[in-house]
Design a protein around this ligand. Structure first.
Ligand code: GRF
Length: 212
């Protein structure tokens, strides 16, 4: 058994994805991992309460107190590095992260997005707007993507996706709920694969090593 993977999670809101990773770690589904820090960009994010309840160290780091996005990313990067974090999970984090955070954790930052990337990603494509765009397009399916993070919004190599049907009579809220249910399965699964050293980026694509 290898070393314990130390995970930092970045949130801005409810933290249901954070909860799914916390639950997977607590239940032993992700055996050699520990969440060592939860950082929120919002003081009132409910995810902070979830983390505190589980005894995880929490931080509210206020973007408004920073002169630039780079300074904000630097403070976050230092907070994570000081706790020897080996994987950073963005889970509903509503800020674009910059260098030095991206460069210092290259290949070690994941994000979850509520659409089948590369469709419906990029600036302005979050929450409600994503599902509205999917419904407008007439697509028959949607679903979440977990991907590695690079310098562009929602752009890095996809790790896992799960398709869900778009149903007649769907509203953005109904579709969001169906997609979120699957997010809670694929995010812990992606973290588990990472913790087992099974994810490799080759030519801009993720290779998943098969179980022995
Ligand atoms: C999720 O829909 C995720 O795909 C997006 O933000 C939302 C976060 O939800 N990036 P929660 O805070 O994890 O409940």
């Amino acid at each position: 058994m290898g070393d314990t993977l130390r995970i930092g999670v970045l949130i801005s809101g409810g933290g249901s994805n954070l909860q799914s990773i916390m639950d997977a770690v607590a239940s032993g589904s992700i055996p050699s991992a520990k969440i060592v820090a939860v950082i929120s960009s919002r003081k009132d994010a409910f995810g902070l309460e979830r983390a505190k309840k589980a005894g995880i160290e929490t931080f509210f780091i206020d973007p408004k107190k920073c002169v630039s996005a780079e300074e904000y990313s630097l403070i976050i990067a230092d907070t994570l590095a000081n706790r020897s974090v080996g994987l950073v999970c963005l889970a509903g984090f509503m800020h674009k992260i910059e260098n030095p955070l991206i460069s210092r954790f290259a290949g070690k930052i994941m994000n979850i997005h509520p659409a089948l990337l590369p469709k419906y990603g990029g600036k302005g494509m979050y929450g409600h707007f994503v599902h509205e765009a999917v419904l407008k397009s007439g697509d028959q399916e949607s679903g979440p993507s977990v991907h590695f993070v690079d310098e562009e919004y929602d752009h890095g190599p996809v790790i896992l996706q799960k398709k869900v049907a778009v149903l007649p009579g769907d509203t953005p809220e109904k579709l969001a709920k169906r997609v979120l249910t699957e997010e809670h399965t694929i995010y812990p699964e992606a973290v588990k694969l990472f913790s087992e050293g099974k994810l490799k980026i080759v030519d801009g694509k993720v290779n998943i090593k098969k179980s022995d």
